[in-house]
Design a protein around this ligand. Structure first.
Ligand SMILES: Nc1ncnc2c1ncn2[C@@H]1O[C@H](COP(=O)(O)OP(=O)(O)OP(=O)(O)O)[C@@H](O)[C@H]1O
Ligand SMILES: [Mg+2]
Length: 405
């Protein structure tokens, strides 16, 4: 799974490091760089799925563009950016660092791509270079090496030849599997209620905008569908003032190839109304989309949700927090969220503090930076005076960066 993301000259960042944990919360004012971080993860998952770097940035008929496409990928006025990710290997002592460096002007091309093995075991040299993109493959200058890696093409530098033993070849294969596995399991969820209201085709995996949610639920095996719908119904029950008794999807049409989402509401005791997704509220649909992603993404996924509580009433923050924590932990899904909502931050309680990262702009250079909350200079003093939510509302966190208050 992902442990860290490093951004160099990516969009508004000069150099920043994001630690990634089971639940990571990214906060910061408008235009501080939160979505730029999310887009770096989006870009990485696109390239391990086999997109060339240009398509990964500009999008195609199916995938939307990363904002600004190629032109705005590198921090202005730079013409090159580097993304690095640290990935936990199967063995706890082994990490892989995948690096991709890309030039955007005058033409787009991969400048460098490699994997380093970082292990605490003595038998390997610390920080060993495992792969470098073979520079002879000029036609591949826009196609990332990693997903297409064929071991014959691996070029290991002379300096590293002495490590070319059976012991090192095994880590090579494991490296590819671990990295493509972890990056391929990044899922950026941005549920759009208006798109969730239609009939959708049966499907195996949820779209980013959750537009095919009914098709995904109805496409599950009967047993799994019953289990997933029971869990959704349990968490959603107390979302509105009345009760939502049950949420489910059903195949529709003569051929049963499409599906619709339904729920039962109880506003007056004993009086149950059945409605379909066309009349469900925006917040309800977003909440169902988040639970469905948590319950249907493969275990070991990295789920990324921007403005996670968008459309949610503040009194329901605790419900959202409980749901994220419980299902994330149970299904081994790491969650990265962004939020502007002080109520949600306080609903997490103080346990979340080590996992909160603040995106902010450097007062002198204007570059975006990422700072772990606990690393803020006057952190103990700040938190002695108010909760995280209150500190966010008052702007005290941002002030502490500019004045060292
Ligand atoms: N290539 C680039 N070079 C320099 N700055 C850039 C580049 N691309 C984007 N930016 C900056 O990034 C900012 C947008 O950041 P981002 O969208 O990540 O903010 P955010 O924290 O998600 O804000 P919000 O809370 O409003 O969604 C822009 O205002 C712009 O200044
Ligand atoms: Mg944003």
């Amino acid at each position: 799974m992902l442990k860290q993301l490093i951004l160099e000259n990516w969009k508004s960042f000069r150099h920043a490091e994001l630690p990634i944990d089971a639940l990571t919360v990214l906060i910061g004012t408008n235009a501080s760089g939160k979505s730029n971080v999310v887009e770096a993860l989006d870009f990485l998952q696109r390239i391990v799925r086999g997109e060339d770097i240009k398509t990964a940035l500009t999008g195609n008929e199916i995938v939307p563009s990363i904002r600004g496409g190629v032109e705005w990928a590198a921090r202005k006025p730079e013409t090159q950016f580097t993304l690095k990710t640290l990935i936990q290997g199967e063995d706890e002592n082994t990490d892989y660092l995948y690096t991709i460096e890309i030039q955007t002007q005058p033409n787009i091309r991969i400048v460098k791509e490699n994997i380093r093995l970082d292990t605490s075991e003595d038998k390997y040299k610390h920080d060993t270079l495992l792969f470098v993109k073979n520079p002879d493959f000029k036609d591949r200058s826009t196609l990332p090496f990693l997903p297409n890696l064929n071991f014959d093409e691996t070029k290991i530098s002379k300096r590293e030849q002495k490590f070319l033993t059976d012991e090192i070849l095994k880590p090579e294969k494991e490296a590819k599997e671990n990295i493509t596995g972890a990056l391929g399991k990044i899922f950026i969820l941005n549920p759009i209620p208006a798109k969730m209201r239609n009939y959708s085709q049966l499907a195996n995996s949820l779209e980013s905008d959750a537009s095919n949610i009914a098709g995904v639920l109805a496409g599950l095996s009967d047993e799994k569908q019953a289990e997933v719908e029971t869990t959704i119904s349990t968490y959603i029950k107390n979302l509105p003032e009345g009760d939502i008794k049950k949420v489910w999807a059903e195949k529709v049409g003569r051929f049963g190839t499409d599906a619709m989402l339904y729920c039962q509401e109880e506003w007056k005791p004993g009086e149950i109304t059945e409605i379909d997704a066309r009349s469900m509220s925006d917040g309800t649909l977003r909440f169902i989309a988040i639970i469905t992603a948590l319950l249907t993404r493969p275990e070991g996924s990295q789920l990324v949700i921007e403005d996670v509580d968008d459309g949610l009433h503040p009194s329901r923050s605790a419900l959202l927090v409980r749901m994220l924590r419980e299902i994330g932990q149970k299904r081994n899904i790491d969650i990265l969220i962004t939020t502007h909502n002080p109520t949600l931050l306080d609903a997490f309680g103080s346990d979340i503090i080590p996992f909160v990262v603040v995106a902010h702009r450097d007062v002198e250079t204007g570059d975006s930076q990422l700072t772990v909350l606990e690393d803020i200079k006057n952190f103990p003093k700040l938190f002695a005076s108010a909760s995280l939510g209150k500190l966010t509302t008052s702007g005290a966190i941002e002030r502490s960066f500019s004045h060292g208050e």
